[in-house]
Design a protein around this ligand. Structure first.
Ligand code: OGA
Ligand code: MN
Length: 215
């Protein structure tokens, strides 16, 4: 790999340690300046290109055979990321790998992998209040969203609304380069409709599941 372009950072990087501390103290973290600007722009271009090429598909809700597309619940279009397909995506995955290591060192979560997808919300699309962990599958431990939007203004809507302890609502603007991380199991949240197309990369750090032993 071209080492100049690699994005692995030390799991002891102060930014990562701050995220770990935030998660330990209150279950979520917001870092407004996480992705470098150039990477944010390259990822946005990659997402738009894939959308134009028809590679993004309406997102489904639920798992397995119960999965279905329900635009009344979520209206985004997604594509799952795979390593080795596009250089900016690999740099993003490198960064998240560094974060995975930091989370494991600091919180002993035993996170084994990271799954993530591009998400494009057309104008008017939303994702109703939900929790990211599936009822029948508790492998998702930590959710991570980075935003890829240039020049986002509050009047564009599209906030991530988090329902914090004590009935407090907290809104994150989906501004390019911003990262939000939260514990997947106990953070209800919702994506408000926007007047603009809204781009993000959303992912989940997962631990090994409690599958029955194979005999
Ligand atoms: C999700 C989600 C939040 C966002 O994809 O599960 O809640 O701000 N995304 O895009
Ligand atoms: Mn979610």
């Amino acid at each position: 790999m071209d080492t100049m372009r690699a994005m692995r950072i030390s799991p002891d990087h102060p930014l990562l340690l701050r995220i770990v501390d935030d998660l330990a103290e209150r279950g979520w973290s917001q870092q407004n300046i996480f992705l470098p600007d150039t990477l944010t722009r390259e990822l946005a271009l990659e997402c738009r290109t894939r959308a134009v090429q028809g590679e993004l598909a309406p997102a489904a809700v639920g798992r397995g055979p119960a999965q279905e597309v329900r635009e009344g619940i979520r209206g985004d279009h997604i594509q799952w990321l795979e390593a080795g397909q596009a250089e900016p995506c690999d740099r993003y995955l490198d960064l998240m790998e560094s974060l995975r290591q930091a989370l494991n060192r600091g919180l002993f979560l035993g996170l084994e992998d990271y799954e993530s997808h591009f998400a494009l919300y057309p104008p008017g699309a939303f994702y109703l209040k939900h929790v990211d962990r599936f009822r029948d599958d508790d492998k998702r431990m930590v959710s991570a969203v980075v935003y890829l939007n240039d020049g986002w203004l509050p009047e564009h809507g599209g906030q991530l609304r988090m329902y914090l302890k004590g009935g407090v609502e907290y809104d994150v603007q989906p501004t390019g380069g911003c990262l939000v991380v939260f514990l997947s199991g106990d953070m209800p949240h919702e994506v408000m409709p926007s007047t603009r197309e809204r781009l993000s990369l959303t992912g989940w750090f997962r631990r090994r599941g409690n599958e029955p032993f194979e005999l």
